[in-house]
Design a binder for this molecule. Structure first.
Ligand SMILES: Cc1ncc(COP(=O)(O)O)c(C=O)c1O
Length: 381
């Protein structure tokens, strides 16, 4: 567990925290001085380097290796893309919906996950959505739905809507036992705790840098399990997906034997320069420390919301990072929170409070104080 002084030192690197109660990391992480220096380094290299792309390709490969290390994967299993959608689409395009055609997912997936698989319907995909029951998706729903026709099970690690955490290990065991693949979307969790993609045994994993990974938008990572990579031939491709990027061989398609085969055109270099220092920063703080601070704050906040008798969407057992409270008038409540310097976001009837390692107890108390004032705009528990 981090000491107060250690949290203070971390906070000092994020200028906005001196101005705002920043509980917005589920939408966009705060900008650190480290990331700003990374972005400045990109501009300097562009301004001064006689061969910037030589440097930039090295930085891009270094980021692949450092993200691979971050999730306990091999660099060859990582594709660098510009969005989570940009990671899901090439896999969807590569799969065939013949002997198995079922895609089973919960209704709490991020919209892009539903929409990308629905777009495969003309190619034979049959998408089934599992209903939430009291803001959770019971494992039994997966048990009932996954069968010998199921091709793939997309799973959100933590729902953007209500902070519900999927039991990824159990769903993966179930899917694998029945011969189905698992595609984990970690966007709402990656950067908040240690993560080991091998231990979870998922087949595909996608996440992006702009939320809890504390980087800029326009950058995401796709992990593909080693033994699946060369069995998949995406129908969307690019020169950066070829075995030798710099062969410049217009007349031949020769896909890389690594996950780079799922990449789409030249990489987003400015975003790579911005994201790399953020991942280094989190690693230096230590992911157990990050997780401990988030759990402490999320639990304290949930206790506080309960004491105010405000209904929560997030389960009581949550360890964070996202706590969603139910609002009667979300727009008005958001306005009042914003006026008081509390930066949060709304989705449907929920107000989302997102905790990261740079938040402290004062942030929790400030948010709860405003909530006490706007209790009439919230749904009573
Ligand atoms: C769970 C989840 N998946 C995916 C995304 C974003 O997808 P994309 O990078 O394609 O915009 C978000 C939020 O923006 C999200 O919360």
């Amino acid at each position: 567990m981090l000491t107060r002084n250690q949290v203070e030192a971390i906070r000092a690197d994020f200028p906005i925290l001196a101005e705002k109660t920043y509980l917005y990391s589920c939408s966009q992480g705060a900008l650190s001085a480290a990331v700003q220096r990374g972005l400045d380094a990109y501009l300097t290299s562009w301004k001064t380097s006689p061969a910037p792309w030589d440097e930039w390709v090295e930085v891009y490969e270094r980021l692949r290796a450092s993200f691979a290390h971050f999730i306990n994967a091999d660099p060859d299993e990582i594709a660098i893309v510009t969005s989570a959608s940009g990671g899901i689409n090439p896999i969807a395009s590569a799969l065939r919906f013949d002997s198995r055609d079922g895609v089973v997912m919960s209704e709490y997936e991020f919209p892009t996950m539903g929409q990308i698989w629905l777009a495969q319907a003309p190619r034979g995909a049959r998408v089934q959505f599992l209903d939430g029951v009291k803001e959770a998706v019971p494992l039994e729903s997966y048990e009932r739905a996954i069968d010998e026709h199921t091709l793939i099970v997309p799973v959100t690690q933590l729902s953007f809507l209500n902070g519900f955490r999927s039991d990824v290990a159990a769903i993966t065991r179930l899917a694998h036992d029945r011969g189905a693949l698992v595609f984990l979307d970690g966007y709402q969790d990656c950067g908040t705790r240690g993560f080991d993609v091998k231990a979870l045994d998922v087949d595909f994993f996608v996440t992006g840098t702009l939320k809890y990974l504390l980087g800029p938008p326009g950058l995401a990572f796709l992990y593909v399990r080693r033994d699946l990579i060369e069995t998949l031939t995406p129908s969307m491709t690019s020169w950066f997906a070829q075995r030798d990027v710099f062969a410049f061989d217009t007349k031949h398609l020769d896909l890389a034997p690594s996950a780079r085969r799922f990449e789409n055109g030249a990489p987003p270099i400015p975003n790579i320069y911005g994201a790399a220092p953020a991942i280094d920063l989190l690693s230096r703080i230590g992911m157990d420390n990050v997780a401990g601070q988030i759990e402490f704050l999320a639990r304290t906040f949930l206790d506080g919301a309960r004491a105010l008798h405000i209904a929560t969407k997030t389960p009581d057992s949550s360890v964070g990072p996202l706590v969603v409270l139910r609002a009667r008038d979300p727009a008005a409540a958001l306005r009042r929170l914003t006026e008081r310097g509390v930066v949060v976001s709304t989705r449907m009837d929920g107000i989302r409070f997102a905790f990261h390692v740079y938040n402290d107890l004062a942030d929790v108390h400030t948010a709860l104080n405003v909530l006490e004032e706007v209790r009439d705009l919230m749904v009573p528990a």
